[in-house]
Write a protein that binds this ligand. Structure first.
Ligand SMILES: [Zn+2]
Ligand SMILES: [Zn+2]
Length: 394
């Protein structure tokens, strides 16, 4: 059926735009910026000091069950099997212990935001327990735990990096007790200007793969920016050469939108592009396939975020808050990086391992047991989360 649009990501029924869009779906209640990520090594933060980095996002392929946010359950196919997508990023829930400035990954899984449906998670129980207390006493306290829905991706940071001894938060070098040698980490040097690291005689390399986790705002910036890149061709690297022909049913090929004739607004088109729709011809329910052509080559493919070097920075949010907004100053490309970087710089990290959930034992250690209704402590570690009275997703 597909003369134009190749399903290059080999994703069951979703193109990259649709995959990225999944990352913006979340509980209606947001909790703002997440924690410090003290747990994680090699975590990337775009600079917020007026400088910018050149980065290349590296797509992974991580299995993720598709969630129906209206039905509050997994999407199932005709044989009642859960539909599993392959996504280039991972989604996770981050908890941040405000007093201790410590963050960890929640264990409730993809259905965790729906009352009574997630995997066991003491952090989730604690969070909603406090949420209820705040609601009942009409104040802002207690609030010891912040919860954020996040996504994470691998990113190649294109700058000089130096292999330097790791220091703790007091500036002291961390020594491995076994080897008596310092722990070593890759640290980004200055691209321009005075560079102390360059003068230090450390091992140097150009470019380092890190992991970048996004809150909802940053994710939105990236996905909306990505939509503007699809007019370029990743096959021949031509600019502005992609023309959309039609949106068609993946099952029967029925044309749902003919771009020659459509009177739909861009907003309406975006909705049809991003959401699953039911085909009037064959009844198939799913994402549409985008038929495109390139005016410059015979094998046109829409460029994506992963085909560009992005110049990224963070700027202070204009609302006067403490937050920073992600800003993409420019996208350079589309162009491959095969000739520039070796395999190890083009390979993403094992994100599910890096962002593996804290065990119930760890959560109990961090949070303590949940108080019961009559003020007694109970063994929260084995109870299913119920979140009575919470308004999550309702
Ligand atoms: Zn159809
Ligand atoms: Zn082309």
């Amino acid at each position: 059926m597909s003369a134009f649009g190749k399903d290059r990501a080999a994703v069951a029924g979703m193109n990259l735009r649709q995959q990225l869009r999944q990352g913006t779906k979340r509980a209606p209640k947001g909790t703002g910026g997440g924690g410090g990520g003290a747990l994680f090594r090699d975590q990337y933060y775009p600079p917020n000091d007026g400088t910018a980095d050149i980065v290349r996002l590296l797509p992974g392929s991580f299995p993720a069950p598709r969630v129906d946010f209206d039905a509050k359950d997994y999407v199932r196919d005709a044989d009642n099997n859960v539909v599993v997508d392959s996504l280039p990023y991972i989604k996770y829930i981050e908890y941040f212990l405000i007093q201790r400035k410590f963050s960890f990954v929640g264990s409730e899984g993809p259905l965790g935001g729906f009352k009574g449906k997630g995997e066991p998670s003491l952090a989730s129980e604690w969070y909603w327990h406090e949420w209820n207390e705040r609601k009942n006493n009409g104040t802002d306290s207690p609030q010891s735990l912040r919860r954020s829905e996040k996504c994470a991706m691998s990113v190649l940071v294109q700058a000089p990096f130096y292999h330097v001894p790791q220091v703790d938060k007091d500036g002291k070098i961390r020594i491995n007790e076994k080897t008596k040698q310092p722990y070593m980490v890759w640290k980004k040097g200055a691209v321009r200007g005075n560079d102390e690291l360059a003068a230090g005689g450390y091992e140097k390399k150009n470019g380092h793969v890190m992991h970048w986790s996004y809150n909802f705002n940053h994710w939105n910036t990236l996905t909306s920016y990505a939509n503007g890149l699809a007019c370029h061709c990743r096959s021949c690297n031509a600019q502005d050469s992609i023309r959309e022909l039609a949106l068609v049913c993946r099952s029967c090929g029925e044309c749902v939108v003919d771009f020659q004739e459509t009177t739909l607004s861009e907003a309406e088109l975006n909705k049809i592009r991003d959401e699953e729709v039911k085909c009037h011809q064959c009844g198939f329910h799913g994402f549409l396939e985008n038929m495109i052509k390139c005016e410059n080559c015979a094998h046109g493919e829409e460029a994506t975020l992963f085909d560009f070097d992005l110049e990224v920075t963070q700027v202070k949010a204009s609302d006067g808050g403490k937050g920073y907004n992600l800003m993409i100053r420019k996208a350079i490309g589309p162009r491959p990086i095969n000739g520039v970087y070796g395999e190890s710089e083009r390979k993403g990290l094992d994100l599910p391992k890096i962002y593996s959930p804290a065990s119930m034992e760890q959560q109990l250690k961090l949070l303590g047991p949940l108080p019961t209704a009559d003020g007694q402590q109970q063994g929260g570690a084995t109870r299913q989360p119920v979140n009575n009275g919470s308004r999550s997703y309702t």
